[in-house]
Each structure stands twice: as structure tokens, then as C-alpha cells.
Design a protein around this ligand. Structure first.
Ligand code: IPM
Ligand code: MN
Length: 375
């Protein structure tokens, strides 16, 4: 299998965590005899500094020519005073738009080994396994008109969706749900917003094509509460761009840390893979960043862009093994393992150490798989 992967490491902790994800992909290529090539490109604050633009044309062209794009994080305090269209984040929104992926998949899983690390009680998070499907190309992020009129002291953004935009992302949610626990929870604010009424009517219509999948609707405010109260009740959660941005950060509490969450954006010309966390400039360069979100993102890349399901699952199980062994980056080192009835002590590890541990666990499981195939 040949795969050309554009690497947009970006700002802050982006390069550190992406490096660990790339090491894991290299290992998969080596073990499986695949030919993966990696093309490093500029995006975000580093791109502004080097070229004046958060998404240089060279980056965009190379991404469109690749089989998949792996992104780290963008955002840098240096550019906080700039208008939204000039900031590093503008580069991210432009690349999302140009690649065309509209369905952003954000899994949030309660790992048993991390149950003492979530501020939620273990009996609340136990068994939770949610897949958010966040619409990524519409709503307030992209709707026009948008403006901050400094002379009148007014500002406005536009939340806008077409029926077709809602239907295509709803189909992705129902397809995925039909391979999971067959439930879709669609989240909106239909008691106030016309856009949400269109959203609800369209999702209800699409649901007719999936009789084996149960559909429920939730208003976004009560959803924020249910998510923390009974996370086990949810399977696939379908929602628009801004609600999905907010709820997926909230859902990181179920897992224990934002640093754990991966994402994949599918449906466009080239799929885009990015961890959910940001650039965390406060810890950049300190070795504290958690690379597991980026590594799990690499697993999603193998699953959705290379059809290498076995390897994707092997990475995910290597991550579980390392967590079960008690290894923790600073963000997941909270909580008391002994108090949770877990005899194994926790060891604090750095970004690169965590990457190496996952690499070792992966090598062992692939060795076992190969010797099983050889028998
Ligand atoms: C995310 C981020 C981005 C978003 C920002 C950095 C533009 O928060 O991927 O969740 O709002 O989509
Ligand atoms: Mn976000």
C-alpha cells in the first residue's frame, strides 16, 4: 500500500505530538511492508511567520495532491490581536473548506484504565463509547454575512444550512450508527432557531432510510447536561458545527483529558485528520503534551484513508495496553490509582516516552499477529 501523507504540524505542541503519530505510522509501514511518504508543510502561525499567510498556496496544493492530511494544532498567542480572517485558525478553516470533508468524526471513549482520571465518577463513565459526527463546513463558522462593524459597535455572524448540507452529514451518522449500537442522537436548538428546525426536519427525513437505527432529538442545552449525567446512553451524536465544537470538548471529560481525543474528517476530496486538542502554547516544548490524541488520529487515518482496519485496531489496543500499564502524561496523571482499586502505580512520562511505549506495545502485538498468521 502506497500512501502520501501531508503533515501540517502547526503551532505550539502540534509538532511534538505529530512527530509521535508519524513514528507510529512509520512503524506500521515497516511492519506491513507499506510505502508511506510524509510531506511536511506549513499551516497556521508558523506559516504566517514564514510566508505572511496562514495557508500558503504551496501547502494547499500539496494537500490536494496527497492521499491524506495529518494535522497537529494551530494557534499562537502572538496573533491574538488579528481579525479572525488573518489568525492561524483562519488557515485551519480554509484548509477544511478546501479539502471538502464535511463530516468530522470525534470518538469519546471511557478507557477503564483512566476511570480514576475523569472528574466524573467511574460508575458514571463506565462503558461510555460515543461517536460525535460534527458538521464541519457550515453554520456560524462559514455563514455570511459576518462582520464586526467598529463604527456602529455591532457585530454579526450567520448560522446557515441548506437541506442538502444537513442530509449528507446525517447520512454519514446513520451509516456509522448502523455498524455500531444503532442509535443516533441529533442535537439542535429547534425551540428557538429556524436553522435547527430545518436540521431536525431533514434528519427525521433521512432517518426513514435507516429503519434499523433509532433516532432521538435533543436540545443542545439539555444535551450538555445528559452527556455528563448518563454518557452511556449515547452512541452516535450528530450535530452542527458550533454545537459539535463545544460538546466534543465537553465529552473529553468522559475520557479524562482533551489530549486523548482524535478526529477524522471525511466526505471530501482528501480526508483530514487532526486531534481535537489545541496548540496549548503554555506547555509547548516542555515534554508535557499528551501524544495519544495524535496517535489515535493516525489510527483513524489508517482506517478511513487506507482501509488498514487491523493496523488501526492494533494502534488503539497498544494505547489501551500502555494506559493499563499505568503510564501517564501530565494531563492524565490526575486521580489516585490506589483509591480506584487499581493496584498498579502510575508513572509520569514525557511526550516522547509515551510515543515510545505505544511503539513497543504495537510492535509486540504485530509480532504476535504475524506469528499467528505463520502457524
Ligand atoms: C477544533 C478547534 C477549531 C474549531 C479552532 C481551532 C478553529 O477548536 O477543532 O475543535 O473551532 O473547529
Ligand atoms: Mn474545538
Amino acid at each position: 500500500m502506497r500512501l502520501k501523507i501531508a503533515i501540517l504540524a502547526g503551532d505550539g505542541i502540534g509538532p511534538e505530538v505529530t512527530n509521535e503519530a508519524v513514528n507510529i505510522l512509520r512503524a506500521v509501514a515497516e511492519f506491513g511492508g507499506h510505502d508511506f511518504s510524509f510531506v511536511p508543510l506549513l499551516l497556521g502561525g508558523v506559516a504566517i511567520t514564514a510566508t505572511g499567510s496562514p495557508l500558503p498556496t504551496a501547502t494547499l496544493d500539496a494537500c490536494l495532491e496527497s492521499d491524506a492530511v495529518l494535522l497537529g494544532a494551530v494557534g499562537d498567542k502572538k496573533f491574538d490581536a488579528l481579525s479572525p480572517d488573518k489568525r492561524p485558525e483562519a488557515g485551519l478553516l480554509q484548509i477544511r473548506h478546501a479539502l471538502g470533508g464535511f463530516a468530522n468524526l470525534r470518538p469519546s471513549i471511557a478507557y477503564p484504565a483512566l476511570s480514576a482520571n475523569s472528574p466524573l465518577r467511574p460508575e458514571v463513565t463506565e462503558g461510555a463509547d460515543i461517536l460525535f459526527v460534527r458538521e464541519l463546513l457550515g453554520g456560524l463558522y462559514f455563514g455570511s454575512p459576518r462582520e464586526w462593524n467598529k463604527s456602529t459597535g455591532e457585530a454579526w455572524n450567520t448560522m446557515r444550512y441548506t437541506r442538502a448540507e444537513v442530509a449528507r452529514v446525517a447520512r454519514v451518522a446513520f451509516e456509522l450508527a448502523s455498524k455500531r449500537r444503532r442509535k443516533v442522537t441529533s442535537v439542535d436548538k429547534a425551540n428557538v432557531l429556524e436553522v435547527s428546525q430545518l436540521w431536525r426536519a431533514t434528519v427525521t427525513e433521512v432517518a426513514r432510510d435507516y429503519p434499523s437505527v433509532t433516532l432521538e432529538h435533543q436540545l443542545v442545552d439539555s444535551m450538555a447536561m445528559h452527556l455528563m449525567n448518563i454518557p452511556r446512553n449515547f452512541d452516535v451524536v450528530l450535530t452542527e458545527n458550533l454545537f459539535g465544537d463545544i460538546l466534543s470538548d465537553e465529552a473529553s471529560i468522559i475520557t479524562g483529558s482533551l489530549g486523548m481525543l482524535p478526529s477524522a474528517t471525511i466526505g471530501g476530496a482528501v480526508n483530514l485528520y487532526e486531534p481535537v486538542h489545541g496548540s496549548a502554547p503554555d506547555i509547548a516544548g516542555t515534554g508535557k503534551a499528551n501524544p495519544l490524541g495524535a496517535i489515535l488520529t493516525a489510527a483513524m487515518l489508517l482506517r478511513h484513508s487506507a482501509n488498514l482496519e487491523e493496523d488501526a485496531a492494533a494502534i488503539e489496543s497498544a494505547v489501551r495496553t500502555v494506559l493499563a500499564g499505568g503510564h501517564r502524561t501530565a494531563d492524565i496523571a490526575r486521580g489516585n490509582a490506589a483509591a480506584a482499586g487499581n493496584a498498579s502505580a502510575q508513572h509520569l512520562v514525557s511526550t516522547t516516552e509515551m510515543g515510545k511505549l505505544v511503539h513497543q506495545a504495537l510492535a509486540q502485538s504485530i509480532d504476535q499477529r504475524q506469528s499467528m498468521h505463520a502457524v
